[in-house]
Design a protein around this ligand. Structure first.
Ligand code: SAM
Length: 330
């Protein structure tokens, strides 16, 4: 009898551990591959699970994003961990936004869903399959970088934030989120406190870090890259001017039929049938055959569901700031 009880306790502990590793923390303690595998698994259910509502998005997310973009209607925006294209879609649907937005993610299937939603906007949006820890852009390329509901799922959060700070132009704005609530307490070292996140951003050359209550599970966080914008810099420009080759870091791309080719090292990166640029995995070995394979693999149905994505309910309209150095007041 005691043996059965012991086995039962061990079994329950195993289930609880598996739940915590795969559902609550979405694989982040198991490494990047597991995180991305899980997002690939439930990409086609992601929007339904989140319950995105265009009006709520325009109101509760738009108020921060458009405030940050004031005075720069033709901005170049990078959305890191764009997922199914939530942020690019918000910008494309806003008549006042006349800029461009590029979205980057490591889940190919999340990007495939994003590509379907963003198809009507043509080349005003571009999607890139690439890891956030190594952003394939020249320094100071973007007027704004966004990274929503993703920081806590990066296995190397500091590396991603350092890359974001590098590709923001002086005076450019970061819009990101900080995980809150019960699940945050279950993500030690991943869901950062206000103090720790503000200190990290400060050390990376971002100032005016401000926190605003946003959703039940998240604060929204705004910060500005130090320094004055250089005259004539910023704003929209062709992809080839801002993109640099993951293999040799040169900004020397030419877009040919179905691929980007680096003129400096000869690496070739396929553009899949859905328009996603396949940078991940290295250019030299990339081939047209692989592009076809990547674009034809099915998005698949998924049985994975995460309680942490069960709600995107926004906090009430009292968006008071608890900022460290409030320079934004949307
Ligand atoms: C919770 S989703 C957020 C998606 C979107 N920003 C939103 O608000 O709906 C997190 C995203 O981070 C992506 N991700 C996780 N680790 C990544 C990494 N190292 N590089 C790029 N994307 C990553 C996942 O593939 C997933 O699409």
């Amino acid at each position: 009898m005691p043996e059965i009880l012991l086995l039962g306790v061990i079994g329950l502990a195993g289930v609880a551990l598996a739940w915590w590793l795969l559902v609550t923390t979405e694989g982040v303690y198991l490494g990047r591959r597991v995180v991305v595998w899980l997002y690939d698994l439930y990409a086609h259910r992601y929007d339904r699970i989140k319950g995105f509502d265009p009006d709520d998005e325009a109101t509760f997310l738009g108020r921060y994003v458009f405030h940050a973009l004031e005075g720069a209607p033709a901005a170049l925006v990078l959305d890191v961990a764009t997922g199914t294209g939530r942020l690019p879609l918000l910008l494309m649907e806003a008549p006042a936004f006349n800029g461009r937005v590029w979205g980057l993610d490591l889940s190919r299937r999340m990007l495939r869903v994003a590509a379907e939603k963003l198809a009507p906007y043509g080349q005003r949006t571009r999607l890139l399959w690439q890891a956030a820890e190594s952003l394939p852009f020249v320094d100071a390329a973007f007027d704004m970088v966004t990274c929503l509901e993703a920081l806590e799922f990066f296995t190397d959060q500091r590396a991603v934030l350092a890359e974001i700070a590098r590709v923001l132009r002086p005076g450019g704005v970061l819009v990101t989120t900080r995980r809150l609530g019960r699940d945050a307490a279950l993500m030690p070292g991943k869901a950062l406190s206000e103090e720790n996140l503000a200190a990290l951003l400060g050390a990376l050359g971002l100032e005016g870090v401000a926190f605003y209550p946003w959703q039940m599970d998240y604060d929204i966080v705004l910060a500005q890259k130090t320094g004055a914008p250089s005259a004539g810099k910023g704003g929209v420009r062709p992809l080839e001017e801002a993109l640099c080759c993951p293999a040799c870091r040169a900004a020397a791309f030419v877009e040919t039929a179905g691929a980007l080719r680096c003129e400096a090292c000869g690496a070739r990166y396929p553009i899949a049938g859905d328009g996603v640029i396949l940078l991940h995995g290295g250019g030299r070995r990339a081939s047209a055959g692989r592009a076809r394979h990547a674009s034809s693999s099915s998005g698949g149905s998924s049985s994975y569901s995460s309680s942490s994505h069960s709600s995107s309910s926004h906090s009430s309209s009292s968006h008071s700031s608890s900022s460290h150095s409030p320079s934004f007041s949307p």
